[in-house]
Design a protein around this ligand. Sequence first.
Ligand code: COA
Length: 267
Amino acid sequence: MYKTLHTDLTDNILTVTINRPDKLNAINKDVMSELSEAVTEIYDNKEIRSAIITGAGPKAFVAGADIAEFLGLTQEQGQALSAKGHDIFFRIASCPKPIAAAINGFALGGGLELAMACHFRLCSTNAKFGQPEVNLGLIPGYGGTQRLVQLVGKGRAIEIMLSARMVSATEAHVMGLVNYIVEEQNELLAKTRELLSIINDKAPVAVARIIECANIAAGESLADDGGAVRNGFLREQEAFGECFGTEDMKEGAKAFLEKRKAVFTGK
Ligand code: COA
């Protein structure tokens, strides 16, 4: 049914596997729109009580948005791309059914943002986390500037985003970015399913209300006018677009694809 995703519904848990292992499961347009369909399925299918998002292969959860698709985008197109990602990730965060991220390797850029939009996170010991967009002359554009601050605090979040460094599984656990580390990668999904099975036995209305109220506490709910409490998210969309108007961003994306270090000039 999907081209870039594999899905499996067993025991009321839908497992959604992003399946582009040769590109480290980078989120291109197809992945984004199929992810949107899968999220709709989670909302609508009464047989689904909870869901897991994970990546195919032993190396990556998701290594980010597909950088190859960034080349040639205008400021407006960059902002629109961010807005689309925001909508889908916001639907994940506000889903009344629990969605867990099972992080089986690199969770970078849009990959970490996807994991952070989920309600909680488990990872294997090889997982590596980061928001390396600054290396591309860019900022996180799928909610990362907001959700990383929520999860690990402003000081840690700013340092991680500005340095573009990778965070190990152990450090991610210590700072509260992940709930559990699973020693054996092949047991990650089983442990995630175990946790969701416990939740699946609880009252669905109570589960949904806990998610809703926790989102309000984190400033993630939609205001009645659709705006106010999402100000930080909206500013991130504009700022992401602004970066697309710079020479540095074009240089950053080209340098990645040409496998060389970017040279930034401030233009
Ligand atoms: N977008 C597009 N392609 C990506 C990608 C991304 N975010 N991340 C990895 N890939 C591709 C690589 O270009 C490579 O493709 P190729 O085989 O056609 O050359 C393939 O996936 C494997 O990646 P590679 O870089 O060769 O693996 P590695 O083990 O040497 O390095 C990473 C792994 C994760 C450190 C490195 O791929 C990386 O830095 N990725 C980008 C991370 C990033 O900046 N994400 C934020 C994007 S906004």
